[in-house]
Write a protein that binds this ligand. Sequence first.
Ligand SMILES: Cc1cc2nc3c(=O)[nH]c(=O)nc-3n(C[C@H](O)[C@H](O)[C@H](O)COP(=O)(O)OP(=O)(O)OC[C@H]3O[C@@H](n4cnc5c(N)ncnc54)[C@H](O)[C@@H]3O)c2cc1C
Length: 274
Amino acid sequence: MKKVNISLKKYTKIKTGGQALFFCPENLDDIKNIPKNIKVIGNGSNILCEDKDYSFLNLNLLNSIFLKDNILTVYSGVKCSTLLRFLLNNNLSGLEFLSGIPGNTGGIVCMNAGSYGEEIGNYIKKVIYFDVKNWQIKECENNGDLFKYRKSVFNSDKIVLYVVFKELEKAENQNIKNKINDNFKRKLKTQPVLKHTFGSVFKNPVNISAWKLLSNSKIQGKCKGDACFSRKHANFIENKGNALFTDIKYLIEKAKEKVYNDTEIKLEEEVIYM
Ligand SMILES: Cc1cc2nc3c(=O)[nH]c(=O)nc-3n(C[C@H](O)[C@H](O)[C@H](O)COP(=O)(O)OP(=O)(O)OC[C@H]3O[C@@H](n4cnc5c(N)ncnc54)[C@H](O)[C@@H]3O)c2cc1C
């Protein structure tokens, strides 16, 4: 087990948090050597850390990809961008909607990440996970009850180790490349993807977009310290410099309160508090 000291301000996409000790298993068996009651961190792109020190389990060293008889197996530490490059090189299509999502495979599976009406859960055949309660590696088939909108049954008690995908379609290399590039350009145009953010603050309530509610309630552009609701996309918060956890949390609570007062709709966070 490798142990690494990391600055969470540097590691997380929103740039909050103190120092962290990362416990990084070097192979599958090593997962049994992790400390008890430890939270998992993926690529740090959907989380909000308090400005304090933490210990985290991090699976970045488990980063293999295998393709055999068209069946794709991907370990938790593989970044979305690496996975897309691999698929492109092997002319496999279907997951281009992941373009521009800055997570690791473990994180995208746990969050059931998605875009443009697609989500990763629809493409997963089987998940191999570490069951913390029994201290055992287990596997489960995706029979339809593992994934919901931006959530799954996986978490720090059911730690995703690797996933086996349903068979992906073969396609022309150039077509896959175009889709990946188009999706990224679309994100670049509409979201502050190059800023310090954690993606969408809130989940979309049924039949209405969170950004629309926030925009109607005139939340866009509101700041607390260096934390501001993005002018580019109403459902993103940007850290413009040295925003603290408390600044961001304050903004989130104020936005929830205002939207509720205006519409009686209760917004639910997509961002995960650590
Ligand atoms: C600019 C930007 C754009 C984004 N766009 C999108 C988008 O279009 N669609 C979308 O869905 N999301 C989007 N996100 C959010 C984020 O990228 C996704 O939620 C992503 O899936 C998080 O992956 P991660 O590896 O960074 O996980 P982290 O943020 O590190 O962790 C997220 C959660 O997953 C858990 N977790 C991580 N790894 C594991 C594991 N191996 N086993 C069990 N639990 C685990 C963590 O404990 C935590 O609860 C965006 C974020 C940013 C910053």
